[in-house]
Structures are given as C-alpha cells and as structure tokens.
Write a protein that binds this ligand. Structure first.
Ligand SMILES: [Zn+2]
Ligand SMILES: [Zn+2]
Length: 258
C-alpha cells in the first residue's frame, strides 16, 4: 500500500491512495479540491492517469476539498462518496452528482478496501474524516478539525500512517492581519487544528509504533514550514516514525507502507 498528497492547504486538497493485493491495483482519491488540469498534471507526475482512479471520497463541502469533483466526473465515470449533508451543502454537487452516501461510523467496503468515515467538529454541514484500510495497512486522514474528540482518538487508535492537520501557529495567527472574526473562526472548536494541538495529539499518537506521520493543511499566512519541521523532527526521530510535510504546490512524494 502506498499514498501521496497531491496538494494540501487552503488552495486545494487531494490525497491519492493505492493498494495492490492479489494482483489487483486499486486507487482512490480522498478529496478533490484541484482543477481538472492541475489534478491531471499532478497524477501524471506520479505516473497515474485519471482513468486509473476507481473512486473518490469527499470529506466536506468546502471548496478546497471538492471544487474539482464535478469537472472530474464530467470527464470520467467514477463513483463518488460523501455524506448527505455534504451533498446538500453544495449547489454544484447537488446539480451534477449522484453520489453514494456515507454514514459516519458505517464502514464502506470498496473493492477490497475498508473505508471508515467518522464525524469531526468543523464548520461544515456533515464533515467527516476517514481511515482507509487494506489487508495489510491502515491510513488515517484528519484535517479540517477544530478539536480532537474521543471518537477521533478511538478511530485512529490502530492506524499505521496518519495525515494530520497542522494548520496554524498560535503566535503567527494572533499577530496576523486576518480580521478578528476570521481568527475566532479558525481557532474555534469548529475551525482548524493549531500546531500546539496537533503536536499534543502526536505525542499520544506516537506512544504506539507508527510508520508515518504527514503534517498537512499548513496555512500559508499563519504557519511556518520550519516550525512544523522542527516539532516533527524531534518527536518522530525519537520514535523512529518517518515524517513528511505536505505542501500546497508539491504535496508529498509517494510514501510506501510496504
Ligand atoms: Zn480545508
Ligand atoms: Zn474545511
């Protein structure tokens, strides 16, 4: 099983997961927040054609997670999964898509992969995060979340690899030119995860042996890649967990779980 972020941040998010078992290769996207031309280019850079994607899972209706899904389905007949709330919340998707609806906590078996959506506190209508499980490995994808709940901890208990939001540095955000209302939104229980919250969770998360941690959805204005790298290097090095930072333009390289 291997995966990569094609892009991560407020301009667009998309993660590609590939699993090869018993001679069959399956590929899914989690979120599709890139224009079709950009998606195509980023897939090709990693040796994949859009036609080789078998399904797309959308976590919520914010445009950085779903703005590319309608253009993609116009080009390619591909099953799309999302919650009913996410579908209702976006006019373009209501008009153009016939998704398969996800229920939080209800695992979907998709061609040999187990996809488990679970609810997250975020200012969207019915936002979920996901774990994706093959016979051998389990990956968690958790971004766009205000606080880490017990449900989230339980769902991520046994993942081998985690893509985790490191959205903002408290100090940079408080000093930024963002309007106060927006700052409040970002730091609220239904906003985004700060570096300090993410690192607090990471310390617990790394109590168990994990293969990979990817810091994702870093704010361009209110975070610093160097800060996040310093936080991760120290923790992950001690625990022998491989760490990456996903960025807006380059995402991550392919990350092999084995
Ligand atoms: Zn987002
Ligand atoms: Zn969001």
């Amino acid at each position: 099983m291997r995966f990569c972020c094609l892009a991560s941040g407020s301009e667009g998010n998309c993660t590609l997961i590939e699993s090869s078992e018993q001679g069959e290769t399956l590929r899914i996207l989690v979120d599709c927040g890139l224009s079709f031309s950009l998606l195509k280019r980023k897939l090709l850079n990693r040796g994949i054609l859009p036609e080789e994607i078998h399904g797309v899972f959308i976590t919520h209706e914010h445009s950085d997670h779903c703005k590319g899904i309608v253009p993609l389905v116009k080009f390619l007949e591909v099953p799309v999964f999302m919650t009913y709330g996410t579908y209702l919340a976006n006019k373009e998707m209501r008009k153009n898509l016939k998704p398969i609806f996800l229920s939080p906590h209800k695992k979907v078996l998709f061609k040999g992969l187990g996809i488990n959506p679970f609810p997250v506190p975020h200012d969207a209508r019915e936002a979920v995060a996901l774990t994706v499980e093959s016979n051998s490995f389990k990956i968690g994808i958790l971004t766009d979340v205000g606080v880490i709940t017990k449900t989230i901890r339980d769902e991520l208990e046994d993942v081998d690899a985690l893509i985790l939001e490191f959205n903002y540095d408290d100090d940079l955000l408080s000093r930024s030119k963002y309007p106060e209302g927006l700052k409040k939104r970002i730091t609220s229980m239904y906003g985004h995860l700060s570096n300090s919250s993410a690192i607090g969770f990471t310390k617990d998360f790394l109590q168990r042996e994990r293969k990979v941690l990817v810091a994702a959805h870093l704010s361009n204005s209110n975070n610093s890649r160097n800060y996040v790298a310093a936080l991760l290097n120290k923790l992950c090095h001690e625990k022998k967990t491989e760490s990456f930072i996903a960025d807006q333009d380059n995402g991550t390289p392919w990350i092999n779980l084995g």
